[in-house]
Write a protein that binds this ligand. Structure first.
Ligand code: HEM
Length: 313
C-alpha cells in the first residue's frame, strides 16, 4: 500500500493499466476518459446535484444506466490501482484516470485536484437521463451542457473527446471510430468533420449515424463514423465557428479542452481557498474512500437504440 496522498504513485499505476493489447484498439485510455466524463456529467447546476463527487456508478441505479453501458470495463481496469492504493476514493480515481489518459494518449495536461468523497449508499445517485443522447441535435446539446454550466465554446471543446475511442454496437447502438487513430489525442476529429462527406446510414439495429464512404477504402479498412450530435456541431452556426477554429489550431483546441475538462471533473465540488473540498458530505462525513469492488466487470453491458440515455437493455 502506498502512503495516503501519494497521487504520483497512483498516476504511475493508472499509466500501467493503459496498455491492453486484447481490448478494443489496444488501450484503456478512451474508456477511462469516458468514465471520468460520465462520472461528472450528471451535474445539474440549478439543484446542485450530480457531479464528480460520489462515484455513484458503483450502484446499479447509476452503473446500470444504459447511458453508462460499457463503463464497467473501465471501472474494472482500475480495480488493481484501487487495490494498491485503497485510501483513494473511487471518485478521485475515476476522474484522475481520465486526466492521466488524456495526457498519455498525447493530449494536454489537465489540472486535477483530489479530495472527492464516495457516496455511502445510493440515496444521492442522480436521476437517469442527464447524459447526452447522440441521436439528437444542437438544441439537445445546449440543454444538457448549459445545465452543467458550460457555454457553446466549451461544448465544442469537450466534444473533441471523440478524437479518442469508438462506438460499440452492444453499448450505445452506434458503431465505429471517429478517427483513423483512436488512441492518439489530436484535433483530427474536427478536421474530419469539416473535410469529409458524412452520409446518413441506418444500421441493422435501426440506429442512425453518419459514415464516410471512402471510394479508396481497401478491404479491412474500418469506416469512420460521426454521431448526429457530432454533425450538429457543423450545421449549427455558433458551434461551427469553434469547430473551424479547433480544426485550424491544434494548440488552441488543446488549451480549451484542458480547461473545459478540468472544469468538468470539478462539477459539483466546492473548495475553500486551500483547495480542500467543503461540500456538506465531505465536511460531515470526512474524506471517505469506499471499499474495493470486484475485479470482474459488473453492471450493464448492453444498451441499444437511439443513443446514450434513450438506449434500452
Ligand atoms: C457532446 C455530447 C456527447 C455525446 C452525445 C456522446 C456520445 C457518445 C457515444 C454514443 C459513445 C459511444 C459509446 C459506446 O458505444 O461505447 C461515446 C463514446 C465516447 N465518448 Fe462521448 N459523447 C459526448 C460527449 C463526450 C465528452 C464531453 C467526452 C470527453 C471529453 C466524450 C468522450 C468519449 C470517449 C473517449 C468515447 C469512447 C469510449 C470508448 O472507446 O469506449 N464524449 N460518446
Amino acid at each position: 500500500m502506498s502512503k495516503p496522498g501519494d497521487y504520483t504513485a497512483v498516476r504511475r499505476d493508472i499509466v500501467a493499466q493503459l496498455k491492453k493489447p486484447d481490448y478494443d484498439d489496444g488501450s484503456a485510455g478512451p474508456i477511462f476518459v469516458r468514465l471520468a466524463w460520465h462520472s461528472a456529467g450528471t451535474y445539474d447546476a440549478e439543484t446542485d446535484t450530480g457531479g464528480s463527487n460520489g462515484a455513484g456508478m458503483r450502484y446499479e441505479a447509476e452503473g446500470g444506466d444504459p447511458a453508462n453501458a460499457g463503463l464497467q470495463h473501465g471501472r474494472a481496469f482500475l480495480e488493481p490501482v484501487k487495490e494498491k492504493h485503497p485510501w483513494i476514493t473511487y471518485s478521485d480515481l475515476w476522474t484522475l484516470a481520465g486526466v492521466v489518459a488524456v495526457k498519455e494518449l498525447g493530449g494536454p495536461e489537465v489540472e486535477w485536484q483530489p479530495g472527492r468523497t464516495d457516496l455511502v449508499d445510493d440515496s444521492k445517485v442522480p436521476s437517469r437521463g442527464r447524459l447526452p443522447d447522440g441521436a439528437q441535435g444542437a438544441d439537445h446539446l445546449r440543454f444538457i451542457f448549459y445545465r452543467m454550466g458550460f457555454n457553446d465554446q466549451e461544448i465544442v471543446a469537450l466534444a473533441g473527446g471523440h478524437n479518442m475511442g469508438r462506438c460499440h454496437i452492444d453499448r450505445s447502438g452506434f458503431h465505429g471510430p471517429w478517427v483513423n487513430n483512436p488512441t492518439r489525442f489530436s484535433n483530427q476529429f474536427f478536421n474530419l468533420l469539416l473535410k469529409l462527406k458524412w452520409t446518413p446510414k441506418t444500421l441493422e439495429n435501426g440506429v442512425q449515424q453518419f459514415v464516410h464512404v471512402d471510394p479508396d477504402a481497401e478491404e479491412g479498412d474500418e469506416q469512420l463514423m460521426m454521431l448526429p450530435t457530432d454533425v450538429a456541431l457543423t450545421t449549427d452556426p455558433k458551434f461551427r465557428v469553434w469547430v473551424e477554429k479547433y480544426a485550424a489550431d491544434k494548440d488552441l483546441f488543446f488549451d480549451h479542452f484542458a480547461k473545459a475538462f478540468a472544469k468538468l471533473v470539478e462539477l459539483g465540488i466546492q473548495r475553500n481557498g486551500h483547495g480542500a473540498i467543503v461540500n456538506t458530505d465531505n465536511v460531515k462525513g470526512g474524506y471517505l474512500s469506499a471499499p474495493k469492488k470486484s475485479n470482474t466487470p459488473t453492471g450493464s453491458s448492453k444498451g441499444s437504440g437511439g443513443g446514450c440515455p434513450r438506449a434500452r437493455l
